[in-house]
Design a protein around this ligand. Structure first.
Ligand code: CMX
Ligand code: CO
Length: 146
């Protein structure tokens, strides 16, 4: 079961400039910044709603840290903009297996590490109407997110 929108991922050439835009235009503040070496990004999570129970919704600003990373490739082809949509679920492994059984290519059959202790798996955009789609299991409530 997919229960909510966890985040929208946005590809940025310059993370600090992206953060400044969302702060000055809308008043969104950075909840968390981290480098995810496996995904090849430096990323900022801007919390859009205010819950502290692991069910919040975020914007995820993504800056590539390597030229061969998915976000660097996306920026080279498309420029800055919306990169992916992430849906929240209580069980990422079971959910992606079920979605895969419906004929959607699962890029991460074994979930990987996402922001703030979450576990994530991506679905191929060509099987999702052109939308790169991420499934997220938030870290346990009390840890601040997922
Ligand atoms: N959204 C929609 N379509 C996309 C896309 C995106 N983000 N990225 C690539 N595509 C499309 C391309 O436009 C291209 O389509 P055409 O052939 O019609 O031109 C096709 O997919 C292949 O694109 P590519 O540039 O050759 O890219 P790859 O096949 O090498 O990789 C993908 C695409 C989705 C498999 C790869 O980006 C991936 O594995 N992504 C998952 C991991 C990721 O994105 N990590 C960063 C975010 C981390 C996080 O959220 O924590
Ligand atoms: Co994401």
């Amino acid at each position: 079961m997919l229960t909510r929108i966890d985040h929208v991922g946005i590809a940025c050439k310059d993370l600090d400039a992206g953060i400044e835009f969302y702060r000055s235009a809308y008043g969104f503040e950075v909840a968390h910044i981290e480098v995810n070496e496996e995904q090849g990004v430096r990323e900022a999570m801007l919390r859009v709603n205010g819950t502290d129970d692991g069910q919040a919704t975020y914007l995820q600003l993504l800056e590539p840290i390597r030229e061969d990373s998915p976000v660097a490739k996306f920026l080279a082809r498309h420029g800055e903009g919306v990169h992916h949509v992430a849906f929240g679920t209580p069980d990422v492994a079971a959910e992606t297996e079920a979605i895969g059984a419906r004929g959607v290519r699962v890029l991460d059959p074994v979930p990987r590490a996402g922001s703030m202790g979450s576990r994530i798996a991506f679905l191929h955009p060509k099987d999702c109407g052109g939308v790169l789609t991420e499934i997220v299991q938030a870290a346990e409530a009390g840890d601040g997110h997922g």
